[in-house]
Structure formats: structure tokens, C-alpha cells
Design a protein around this ligand. Structure first.
Ligand code: AHR
Length: 688
């Protein structure tokens, strides 16, 4: 006999009891049944199924994950486009200003070393003067916090005093919230490191500046100025704790790095040249990124590896493959292609080689003696944009060299190739909610029509057994982070991928990170982001996960080990798409999506349900081939009334999942799928 489920909803974020919630009446025009074949397990879901992907876009690293607070720390950043709107013309490097009586100017004479060609010289005129940095849309300060500041400095003329490092509120009042003096500055370049601590009653604000000041006569010249707050796991030069915590909660198993377009670069000179992004910070020259701003490269290859290590995720390494975003390429067989191929082999050695190999030694010197597990290498990025047809040759040259040196590695191609069979293709889908929901089923069976490669995406399974890595995808709805409707389409799409884990061993949403800071008109700074829809938002001080983030976290936390066959039957049969605006409404739009997996630990059947419509759906859930089902089960529910609902810095948890208890689970029971919802049901079963 079937009984109706009673939901007891509990707030997942704070684990506080939120009180029972009565489900609204389910729609009466349809019946929905889900048959799950628990005794007929399907494909195994690889450990590597859920991953992360981003690149230096939207200030993902500089002004994001990399905890450095000084923007333009080596004084080389170009003024952003639109700078003419700034209130005053500027002669100092962008993000730097003069404070007090004196003169400040960029200096190219006698730099610390060739990687730091520009310094900032402060000429004193008897009184106190300083240079101030305004960070990435503000420098955040918090109470009871210790910051580590460092800078290279040398004294000129009569100057022989200390430099004062301070954090000063940038709200018109100029209040100093932390301050410390360095030792006396000498007339040779030297690095100084100081600690600044805020008091218990200091404000929590992103409106602060970092100031280096001095008094007297003569000059003091600065290079590579840095300021770090406490970092994730207190790692020097490390990562931002709040963002790492959000990512850790997604249970990612891999990080696709370093891009995206970022691996390619706009030009050959600005490609991801990994050898310029290892070693100490003062050996990294930085480079112009491909998203309109310069990268300090403080977040370079070792920091990517730190990110992997701290999340217990393995790198999926994309190597530069001789094609850049301005559509130039080098040909297979050319000396340049030989050079890039060698660099790719060396990069693989840097990541995964023993600590006594040439490049493994460099990794060990950068703080990682243990080789990183590496199973996948991707050759290039979105090479379908290369209309010259050169990818087949470039890919084949690199893939052969990689296969020969590292036969254990799986090689990923980014566009159709004929001369060397890849292990996987990387396929990308940036779509509307309607389109992505439609594509949820695209891998369910071989396509009726011949497999098509269309705008960077195939329409189904590869016929020749090559697997697909869905290496970038997102429902593009909501700016700069997705709304609830997008989260539901995302969940339905990923459930479609997970069901087909035999041919889709890995997937990752993109882009992951966005600094949501708006333009600063007074200073002439643009908004911090370039890409419209991104998973996790933040400014200098605060952060939040979007509804899609919570859907991805729910998926990552509830993967299961094997796919279970699950058939959702809706009567009458739903239309496969919503009607166009000028068409009469169809009686039954597609309301629901379902999938099921099994987790060996705990003998748990994990059922995932999406309802994209505004009315509840009453579902009969049949678990075939089980013995007993524990009547008490958990439902994790992400839901809302408004499909356009978003989370923001001010309302970071408006749309978050809640945990509910179901008390009537059995081999056949009824469950109401709430309107506009994504539900994960965890049902403990025993076998007959
Ligand atoms: O994720 C943003 C961009 O989208 C990536 O850099 C590129 O690979 C894709 O076109």
C-alpha cells in the first residue's frame, strides 16, 4: 500500500529545526511514476566525475581565489579601457596614489631584477608622504586579523629611516586600523616583511587602502608590494578561505587547469607560458591575460597545484597547443610546434614527475616534493575555432609525443581529429535553460541522426567509443550569477550526464568564480567581471554560492557508485519543449526529470528529481528488486517560488537547500516533488 510522504524540513545551512511545511496540492492533470531497478546496476560512476574549472577571468585568481590584496603589485598593469572617465588624469601606476607632501613616479632604472622592471619611487620633501594601493575594488579589513605585508625597498639621498606600512580606511575619514614600522631602509634593494594586526573593535569593511609611508628627505623606491590576509590552511602565498570552503563543499575530484581561453592567450607572447609562472614571486614577470586585464601570475602553476592539493582534487592539465585566440597557429612539424611539444612534456613532468627529475625538482623547490596524480592531459582548448584545419596535425604531433613518454595518460582532444584517436573529446555547452533541459537526454542512446559537431558540441555519444569530457557548460541565465531556473536546468543536465557515466567520465561547470564588484566611476575602474553567468560570486570581503552552486554541491555530495536504471513515466506524455510565445499552450509541459544511483557504503539508493514547473508533481516511486526500505529517509531540497530568484552579497542564502525527513519510504511510495525544485532523496535499502 502506498502512503503519502510527510516532509519535515530542516535548514541545512544551520541545522536548525525549521518546522513542518505542508506541501501544496499537486497537479491533477498528470500522473508520474518512477521505476528504479535497484537490482540491475548500470555503469560505474568514476571517482573523477565531478570537477571544477575556471581560468583567469572575472578576477578569478587576482582579486579572487589568490589571497593577495594588492592590485598592480609590480606597477605594470595597463590602465583599463574606459579610464578616461576617471575624475583625474593619473601619472602613477593604476591603483596607486600619492599621499602627503612629496612626489611619486614609476622608475625603470636599476630594478630588483629583470622580472620586476618597474619600481615606484617616492621623493620626500621634509615631511611625511606615502603611496597607497586601493586593492581589488577595495582592500578588505576585519577585526582581530593579522596581515602579512612585504615589499622590496631601497633608500636614496639622505633617507635612512623606516617605512610605515598601514591599513587606512578609504571612507573619507582616513582612520588607520593597523600600522607597523619596518627596519631602517638601506640603499641596496632588500625585501622587508612585516605583520599588521587589527584590533578587536576594527570595522569589517572592504573600503580600505594599504599605505607605505616615510618621513624626512631623500627618496625610497619600492618593488613587488604584497599584502596577504590569513589564507586557507594558513599557507604562505595562499588561497582565500571562504572561496576554498565553498569549493570544498562541492566535493570536486579534479580541476581542469589552466583554461579555457587562458591556456591559449590572445597572442603567442601572452599564451600560458608556465615556465614564467613557477618559482618565487619575484621571478614571475606576469603577463597580459586574455580577458582584458593583466595577470600578476602570483597564481601560477604551483598555486594551481596548491589548489588541487588543498581540495584533494587531481589536475586535468591542459597544455598550450600552438593556437592563439587571434586565430594564428603554428603548423605541425615546425620548430615552434616542436618547442611547444617539448614544453608540454616538461610541464607534465613538473606536475607528475619524481622529485629527482629535472622539472619534478623545480616543483619540489616550489613546495611540492610529492608528484601529483595525473591521469588526463588536454591538448589545447576549443580548437574548433581554428578554421585552418591545423588542429589535426598539431594534436597528432603532441598526442604521439605524450603517448610515447607517458603511455598511461588519457589524452583529450578539443575538436574533431582524424589522424590520432583521442581517449576523450572535450565538449562545451553554454545554453539557455530550455536548451539545456532538452539536452539532458542527448547521451541516453546513440543519436538517430548521424553524430553532428555543431558550434563546438556534439549531439550525442561518440560512435567509436571515444569518451566525452563535458569540460565547460552552464545554463546562461542570471548575471553575473545564475538564478533558480538555471539551477534546475543545470541539475537536469548533469543528471543526464551522470546517467551516462560510461561515456561521460567527467564534467565541470564553467566559469566557477566571479568578482561581482561594480564599476568605480570616480576612479575609472570597470566592473570586475567579463563573463555573464558564473557559479560563485564575491567581492573583496564577502562571497556567496548561486542557486546553481548549491545544485552542483548537492550533486557532488550525492554521486553514488553506480547508475541505476530509472524510468520516469508521465501520463499523459509531456511535450518535449515549451511552446513558442506565438503558439497555443500545450496541455502538459515537461515538468520533471529523474535519475538514480546507488552508493555501496550504507546501501543507499540516491534518487534525484527536478521539477521545472510552478506546480508540485505527485510521484509514485517504485524501487524494484529491494528487500526492505528504511521508512525514514532524507530529502535535500533546493526550491523557491520565483524562478528568477538569485543569491547576492547582501542575500547570500536566499536560495539554499534544506534537509527534510521522509517517514514513509518503502519499496513503493508516493512523494510530492515541490514546484521549482531539485530534490535528492537518500533511501537506505537492504537486498532481498
Ligand atoms: O568559460 C569561458 C570561456 O568559454 C572559456 O575560456 C572558453 O573555453 C569558452 O569559450
Amino acid at each position: 500500500m502506498k502512503s503519502k510522504a510527510t516532509l519535515t524540513l530542516v535548514c541545512a545551512a544551520c541545522a536548525a529545526f525549521c518546522g513542518p511545511i505542508q506541501p501544496p496540492a499537486a497537479r491533477a492533470d498528470i500522473t508520474a511514476t518512477l521505476d528504479v531497478e535497484v537490482n540491475k546496476p548500470g555503469p560505474a560512476i568514476p571517482k573523477t566525475f565531478y570537477g571544477l574549472m575556471t581560468e583567469e577571468i572575472n578576477h578569478s585568481y587576482d582579486g579572487g581565489l589568490f589571497a593577495e590584496l594588492i592590485q598592480n603589485r609590480t606597477f605594470q598593469d595597463p590602465a583599463p579601457r574606459g579610464r578616461q572617465q576617471a575624475a583625474q588624469p593619473r601619472t602613477l601606476p593604476i591603483h596607486w596614489s600619492l599621499i602627503g607632501d612629496g612626489k611619486a613616479s614609476p622608475d625603470r632604472e636599476n630594478p630588483v631584477n629583470p622580472a620586476l622592471p618597474v619600481s615606484l619611487r617616492l621623493d620626500l620633501s621634509g615631511g611625511k608622504a606615502g603611496v597607497a594601493n586601493d586593492g581589488y575594488w577595495g582592500i578588505p579589513v576585519k577585526p582581530d586579523t593579522t596581515y602579512t605585508a612585504s615589499f622590496y625597498a631601497k633608500a636614496g639621498g639622505d633617507f635612512a629611516g623606516p617605512v610605515t606600512a598601514s591599513l587606512v580606511l578609504d571612507d573619507g575619514g582616513g582612520v588607520t586600523v593597523a600600522k607597523v614600522d619596518s627596519p631602517a631602509i638601506t640603499n641596496a634593494w632588500q625585501k622587508y616583511t612585516v605583520k599588521l594586526a587589527t584590533a578587536h573593535d576594527a570595522p569589517s569593511t572592504a573600503k580600505a587602502q594599504f599605505v607605505l609611508s616615510a618621513s624626512g628627505n631623500g627618496s625610497v623606491t619600492f618593488s613587488l608590494v604584497s599584502l596577504f590576509p590569513p589564507t586557507y590552511q594558513n599557507t604562505p602565498n595562499g588561497l582565500r578561505p571562504d572561496l576554498m570552503k565553498l569549493m570544498a563543499d562541492m566535493h570536486p575530484s579534479f580541476i581542469r587547469l589552466p583554461g579555457g581561453n587562458y591556456v591559449e592567450g590572445s597572442t603567442f607572447a601572452t599564451r600560458f607560458n608556465w615556465k614564467q609562472m613557477i618559482g618565487p614571486a619575484d621571478q614571475r614577470p606576469g603577463h597580459m591575460g586574455c580577458w582584458g586585464y593583466r595577470s600578476s601570475d602570483g597564481f601560477g602553476l604551483p598555486e594551481y597545484l596548491l589548489w588541487c592539493k588543498q581540495l584533494d582534487a587531481e589536475p586535468v592539465l591542459a597544455v598550450f597547443a600552438g593556437y592563439v585566440l587571434n586565430r594564428q597557429h603554428v603548423d605541425a612539424g615546425s620548430p615552434e610546434m616542436a618547442q611547444y611539444t617539448l614544453e608540454a612534456l616538461e610541464e607534465i613532468e613538473y606536475v607528475s614527475g619524481p622529485a629527482d627529475s629535472e622539472w619534478g625538482k623545480r616543483r619540489a623547490a616550489d613546495g611540492f616534493p610529492e608528484p601529483f596524480p595525473l591521469h588526463y592531459v588536454e591538448v589545447g582548448n576549443e580548437d574548433w575555432f581554428d578554421r585552418s584545419g591545423s588542429y589535426d596535425g598539431r594534436f597528432t604531433q603532441m598526442a604521439k609525443a605524450i603517448r610515447q613518454r607517458y603511455p598511461q595518460l588519457k589524452i583529450i582532444a578539443t575538436a574533431p581529429v582524424a589522424s590520432f584517436k583521442p581517449d576523450l573529446y572535450d565538449d562545451h555547452f553554454y545554453r539557455s535553460a530550455q536548451q539545456l533541459v532538452k539536452q539532458a537526454a542527448q547521451y541516453d542512446k546513440p543519436p538517430d541522426a548521424p553524430l553532428k559537431f555543431n558550434g563546438g558540441a556534439w549531439n550525442g555519444r561518440q560512435p567509436d567509443g571515444v569518451q566525452t569530457f563535458v569540460g565547460e557548460w552552464a545554463t546562461q541565465e542570471g548575471r553575473p550569477t545564475p538564478d533558480l531556473n538555471a539551477a534546475l536546468a543545470d541539475a537536469a543536465f548533469v543528471m543526464g550526464l551522470e546517467k551516462n557515466a560510461d561515456v561521460i567520465p567527467m564534467e565541470c561547470y564553467a566559469p566557477l568564480l566571479v568578482n561581482v564588484s561594480p564599476p568605480d566611476q570616480a576612479k575609472g575602474y570597470p566592473k570586475a567581471w567579463q563573463w555573464n553567468t558564473n557559479l560563485i560570486g564575491y567581492d573583496a570581503l564577502r562571497s556567496f554560492g548561486s542557486p546553481s552552486y548549491y545544485a552542483q554541491a548537492m550533486l557532488g555530495q550525492n554521486k553514488g557508485d553506480v547508475v541505476l536504471p530509472a524510468k520516469l513515466t508521465i501520463t499523459p506524455a509531456p511535450a518535449t519543449e515549451r511552446p513558442a510565445a506565438d503558439q497555443p499552450a500545450r496541455p502538459v509541459p515537461t515538468p520533471a526529470f529523474a535519475s538514480a544511483t546507488y552508493s555501496n557504503a550504507g546501501h543507499t539508493v540516491i534518487v534525484k528529481l527536478v521539477n521545472i514547473e510552478k506546480e508540485p508533481v505527485d510521484l509514485t516511486l517504485n524501487l524494484r528488486g529491494v528487500g526492505n526500505v528504511d521508512p525514514s529517509a532524507t530529502a535535500i531540497v533546493l526550491e523557491g517560488n520565483d524562478p528568477k530568484a538569485v543569491n547576492t552579497l547582501d542575500e547570500p542564502t536566499k536560495v539554499t537547500p534544506r534537509s527534510a525527513t521522509i517517514d514513509n519510504a518503502s519499496p513503493s511510495f508516493r512523494h510530492t516533488i515541490p514546484p521549482l525544485s531539485f530534490t535528492v532523496l537518500r533511501l537506505n535499502v537492504s537486498h532481498p
